[in-house]
Design a protein around this ligand. Structure first.
Ligand SMILES: Cc1ncc(C[n+]2csc(CCOP(=O)(O)OP(=O)(O)O)c2C)c(N)n1
Length: 352
């Protein structure tokens, strides 16, 4: 089958639509970005990576129950995108959301406690890995039903426009979700009603063990927006700065003109679908995963910053030490925390 990488534009053509084909390198983008921002992006990607590595360890020790989907390999997408938001904006994600929650500033200890089912977790230990929430930070989950967050995000965008809050909603989902009916219903209404929402499809190439080519008739998934007269772009999801620049533009347009957008971030998952799945399985080879790791977003970004002299080897070691300590403190906090009271099982189901 041929890759139908169409560059067809929707009627709301924007400069951003050319972004996927941009010839700018990461070094070019880094040169025009504040060094403090660059360091912050690297620190956040490192924090997510170390947190996820620790989560894998705790899962193996049986301290994390249920499902646990890691974000290793995809860090540039969440970090780049969320770095563009204001405190009043909203974020909705799939179950692969530990990284998004960390970047949004949810407390690492409370996230870890949630993964371990503890009372001090962000969802009182009753949601687990797939259901991280913090209303005070506009972090509205963590959703286990594939694509379930897409109509909810559309509703948040509708509400914030209706209430004139000027908030933007970022909605993250995997590429398998674009074949869910409510994805199409949501995009149609968001375009029709001009809602301030940016849909970010994290195309990590596999829905569990199914490669995207076996599930979607269109390989350029951003092209799905054309059916709804919506702006769209695809972007290298391994490049944190390309991600940040594109989402910044999309967020500004959403906030200013109430124009929604679909972004396809092309990325790769280095781990298995969830912790209970093999890394390679029958659907990809070890060699393929190793080849993809050459584009590790953290290694590439570190090398860019070193090339430009923004950081040196010692700075990286120091940052890494700092985030490892944050993760260790998060684990210690979780270990100290109590289990939820069984009598709490049916509280918090409905709001009063
Ligand atoms: C409606 C629904 N169908 C099936 C499942 C089972 N399931 C869980 S994850 C998954 C794959 C989703 O892949 P994708 O959307 O690409 O996200 P990724 O896991 O790659 O981040 C499936 C089919 C589900 N949770 N919900």
């Amino acid at each position: 089958m041929e890759h139908s990488d169409t560059a067809t534009s929707a009627a709301h053509s924007t400069e951003a639509q050319g972004n996927g084909a941009s010839t700018l390198t990461q070094v070019d983008r880094a040169r025009r970005t504040d060094p403090a921002v660059l360091k912050d992006l690297l620190e956040k990607m490192l924090l997510v990576r170390r947190f996820e590595e620790k989560s894998a360890e705790l899962y193996t020790l049986g301290k994390i129950g249920g499902f646990c989907h890691l974000y290793i390999g995809q860090e540039a997408v969440g970090v780049g995108a969320i770095s563009t938001l204001s405190p009043d904006d909203y974020i909705l994600c799939s179950y692969r959301e530990h990284g998004h929650a960390l970047v949004r500033g949810l407390d690492p200890g409370e996230i870890m406690a949630e993964l371990c089912g503890k009372k001090s977790g962000v969802s009182k230990g009753k949601g687990g890995s797939m259901h991280l929430f913090d209303k005070t930070k506009g972090f509205m989950g963590g959703h286990g039903i594939v694509g379930g967050q897409i109509p909810l995000a559309t509703g948040f965008a509708f509400a914030s426009k209706y209430l004139k809050q000027h908030a933007v909603t970022l909605c993250f989902f995997g590429e398998a979700a674009v074949n869910i009916g409510s994805f199409h219903e949501s995009l149609n209404l968001a375009a029709l009603w001009k809602l301030p929402v940016v849909y970010i499809c994290e195309n990590n190439r596999f829905g569990m063990g199914t490669p995207v080519e076996r599930a979607s008739s269109l390989y350029d998934l951003s092209g799905k927006a054309c059916a709804y007269n919506m702006a769209r772009a695809y972007v290298d999801g391994m490049d944190v700065l390309a991600m940040r620049e594109l989402v910044m533009e999309a967020v500004e347009r959403a906030r200013g003109d109430n124009a929604p957008m679909l972004i396809e971030a092309r990325t790769y998952r280095f781990m298995g679908h969830s912790m209970s799945d093999p890394v390679h399985g029958h659907y990809r080879t070890k060699a393929e995963v190793e080849e993809q790791k050459r584009h590790d977003p953290i290694k590439m970004f570190t090398s860019t910053l070193e090339t430009l002299g923004v950081i040196n080897h010692d700075d990286v070691a120091e940052l890494d030490k700092k985030v490892r300590e944050i993760v260790e403190d998060a684990v210690a906090f979780s270990e100290r925390s109590e289990e939820p009271d069984p009598m709490e099982i049916d509280t918090d189901v409905y709001t009063s």
